[in-house]
Ligand binder design. Structure first.
Ligand SMILES: [Zn+2]
Length: 280
């Protein structure tokens, strides 16, 4: 990876690895388990969640709260990949403090997450784009969540998932910031290009209009899908769209497209696809 100095002295393009101790153990056998509430949910498998290795691309308004959600749920292994540094416009939506200005988001988010890990955990922050330096490495992930503003990274993540048989969760804001969409690219299921065949790799959507409410809504979908896929829940709709005002709530299960330019080399293809309510 490349390396350069940031204004605050962090090395951009570098990796840091931190350890979290997690919450104290039970002080009495009658004390409730940390995870008793979520473990009682149908289909929840805490042991599989804790054994999974999660990756998050993007440490901004989406990645901040996705990573925090995974840390609180009990994830023990988290890798965060993001090339940018924090600026003042990030503060209303992202998990950063005044002292974090101008520092690499991947490193700062890793640091800020440490007291939030409920279990003992390892977090790795890679201050790099999800580009050739990272894509070529099999990070050994069980699920990768993508909360970025550019199609180049989305397509790279999709290709990474196809090549390494890793499920990928994509979350996105609509252009007006009023709706969020989430898609799970399962192993063997439709890929991102099956459902969004016209994604331009050069297009950026810099989230000019977005609030933390939309970020929380999107992060909720992302954490739910990522947790479900590592816990082996296989009946969930893989496409979701919801709006901040509650007027839109759509789900769907699109099928693979036989002519898809990304995944059509695999011949276990579906015959049909479905139209999706896309607002990207
Ligand atoms: Zn495809």
């Amino acid at each position: 990876m490349s390396s350069a100095s940031s204004p605050k002295g962090f090395a951009l393009g570098s990796t840091i690895e931190l350890s979290a101790r997690g919450f104290p153990p039970q002080s009495h056998p009658m004390e409730a388990d940390l995870f008793c509430r979520q473990s009682a949910m149908p289909g929840h498998d805490q042991s599989r969640l804790e054994a999974a290795k999660f990756g998050v691309i993007g440490a901004g308004g989406l990645g901040s709260w996705i990573a925090l959600g995974l840390a609180r749920m009990g994830a023990r292994d988290l890798t965060i990949i993001e090339p940018d540094s924090f600026d003042r416009s990030n503060a209303p939506r992202q998990f950063m403090f005044g002292e974090d200005l101008f520092r690499p988001k991947a490193h700062v988010l890793s640091k800020n997450l440490i007291p939030h890990f409920t279990n003992a955990a390892r977090v790795r922050g890679i201050a790099s784009a999800f580009d050739d330096d990272v894509v070529g490495v099999n990070l050994g992930l069980d699920a990768l969540i993508v909360g970025v503003d550019n199609n180049e990274a989305r397509l790279a993540a999709s290709a990474y998932g196809l090549r390494n048989a890793v499920p990928i969760v994509f979350v996105m804001h609509s252009r007006d910031g009023l709706r969020v969409q989430a898609f799970l690219q399962r192993v063997g299921g439709p890929c991102l290009s099956c459902v969004l065949p016209n994604l331009d790799p050069l297009t950026f959507a810099p989230c000019a209009t977005v609030s933390i409410a939309g970020c929380f809504l999107a992060a909720g979908h992302a954490v739910a899908l990522a947790a479900a896929v590592v816990m082996g829940q296989d009946r969930l709709p893989i496409w979701r769209e919801t709006s901040l005002d509650g007027s839109t709530e759509r789900t769907g299960t699109p099928l693979r497209v036989p002519t898809c330019r990304m995944c059509s080399s695999d011949r276990k293809l579906s015959e049909t696809t479905v139209a999706l309510p896309l607002g990207l």
